[in-house]
Design a protein around this ligand. Sequence first.
Ligand code: CA
Length: 190
Amino acid sequence: MNTSFDTIDEIGQVLKPGEEPGEVEQPEEPKELLMTARDIAVSGEADKMQDGAEAFPRLIDGEISESSLAELKWSITEADGISLPLEVDFSFNSPTELTRFEVFNRPLYTNGKIKALRAKAFDEEGNEYDLGRMEVGSSDKSVTCDLTEHTQMPSGKKMVKFKIIFEESHSGPLMLSVAEVQFWKRNAAN
Ligand SMILES: [Ca+2]
């Protein structure tokens, strides 16, 4: 009878000679997870938008492309009374500990690229945290806010809502095109 099988540890991994159980490399759990349209409801000033309220779900549809943009109405003038700033609310279906968020410029064309935005977070008790103003270059693919480093937001605090205020675009106050907003949450399994 052949008894020279490799040593098998309790989770069924084949150990190399001299290797102790527990030293075997495990696939690493991601530290953060991307929230999807199932986790978030988006709303805002629909009467300012090309395609009205339908514009907002395009910010969280997972698609960073020219065919999935949220845009201010096209060809408006000052007389239309529509301009930046534009406020957009992202409400989470359950209180969530976020690690960061990332706002994506349109990927191809240049009209309406984001120049400046401001973000605010809201916790379950209704407290508001001003996360400040962020500048975005016209050639930047996106801008990221790392919330684990953010002193304005208590570490580990769960949030129920984010408000993003698009203040300026590189094409002036009458144009804005945004491709996507990604919210990342802490992976509770970690
Ligand atoms: Ca999109």
